[in-house]
Design a protein around this ligand. Structure first.
Ligand code: ATP
Length: 364
């Protein structure tokens, strides 16, 4: 069993900065966990603590039933893949993959069979005699993964492994990493700031903010029911539209809701849940009157940027929506013209409501 448990893990850097503020979660054996969050939220620090490259100020990290706080990185039975592959330039691909095993004194035939098996899985068998400089970026990344695979560790740790690759290769390697992990069934922790990578790779998604876990769960559950406006605007692109509601407006919108008359809040609606229509809105549905400010045609779909006159938008952290702006995501390429007045509507069951400070989801 190689489940990983973090129990009230904290990290205070010398100088007093609290980078990790008490994190608790468990990754069951064989699951793929992704840590996602904006720059500086502490995801690399947390990963490095699991790896043993960073000390733990308090709390416990448990790998496969053993508390590893005091265990050296080399003895934790983990293998790490970084964004800079850190291959030895003068060694062949074969030797790069075999190096760590030789250092451990593993018998030659065992090393050979592990390297060849990993190379076959990664489809780099024909490149085993080449030097890293004779490989493309994607191929080097595979060698870096091969080096981790041959160790047959309890846990794989990935720190933004794809960020040096171009966009197309990133997508291809993302799919490969997922297939590989499904095949090997090795518990994995993967750090990224890319929400798409996080959504597509994770069995368990951990959204971090300011050294804390903002939300943890299955990626689609998080997409459907973000716990805070931070998560709502971080997961999903373009981000969820967030609109400040004054006391009274919530009552009008969510007819019959008792909080509505006195409490302010934030209404959320995803760009893909809005459609442009002059139809009457069903009870509880949302209708926004917009002036089209800009159009982005990306091929299969079009993003319509509209402004609400007299309306208050909310810039939630990480605040991608300017005040009063609403994004509507429509299929195809047919779009209204800039300057046109349109109505965007969404049904009641696609609306989200948050407390006025954005820290709490309210189910209505
Ligand atoms: P990024 O995506 O930019 O790598 P991150 O979420 O991985 O960000 P960390 O590298 O974990 O963030 O850093 C978390 C916080 O801890 C940051 O505010 C950073 O400045 C701080 N920090 C990191 N290393 C140290 C250190 N050695 N001493 C003091 N503060 C540090």
């Amino acid at each position: 069993m190689s489940n990983v448990s973090l129990r009230n893990v904290r990290k205070t850097y010398p100088g007093g900065f609290e980078a990790i503020k008490g994190i608790d979660f468990e990754i069951p054996d064989g699951q793929f966990c992704v840590l996602v969050g904006p720059s500086g939220c502490g995801k690399s620090t947390l990963l490095r603590m699991v790896a043993g490259l960073e000390t733990i100020s308090s709390g416990e990290i448990d790998i496969g039933g053993r508390v590893v706080n005091e265990v050296e990185p080399a003895d934790r039975d983990i293998a790490m893949v970084f964004q800079n592959y850190a291959l030895y330039p003068h060694m062949s691909v074969y030797n790069n993959m075999a190096y760590g095993l030789r250092n451990r004194g593993m018998p030659k035939p065992e090393i050979d069979s592990r390297v060849r098996e990993a190379a076959a899985i990664l489809e780099i068998t024909t490149m085993l005699e080449r030097k890293p400089r004779q490989l493309s970026g994607g191929q080097r990344q595979r060698v870096a993964m091969g080096r981790a695979i041959v160790r047959q560790p309890k846990v794989f740790l990935f720190d933004e492994p794809l960020s040096n690759l171009d966009a197309k290769l990133r997508v291809a390697m993302r799919v490969e990493i997922r297939k590989l992990q499904r095949r090997l069934k090795t518990t994995s922790i993967y750090v990224t700031h890319d929400q798409l990578e996080a959504m597509t790779l994770a069995d368990i998604l951990v959204v971090m903010n300011g050294g804390e876990v903002e939300q943890i769960g299955n990626p689609l559950d998080i997409y459907r029911k973000p716990a805070t406006t931070f998560v709502a605007s971080f997961i999903g692109a373009p981000p969820m539209n967030l609109i400040a509601m004054r006391p009274g407006e919530i009552g009008l919108q969510f007819a019959g809701d008792s909080r509505g008359t006195t409490t302010a809040g934030i209404l959320g609606v995803r760009p893909e849940d809005l459609s442009i229509s002059s139809d009457a809105v069903a009870p509880g549905g949302l209708a926004l009157d917009l002036t089209v400010e800009a159009i982005e045609r990306v091929g299969p779909e079009t993003f319509v940027y509209g402004s609400r006159e007299g309306a208050q938008g909310v810039s939630a952290t990480p605040g991608e929506l300017p005040e009063g702006e609403v994004i509507v995501r429509i299929p195809g390429q047919t779009a209204p013209a800039v300057g046109e007045h349109i109505r965007a509507i969404a049904p009641r069951d696609k609306l989200h409501l948050f407390s006025a400070d954005g820290r709490q989801r309210i189910d209505v």
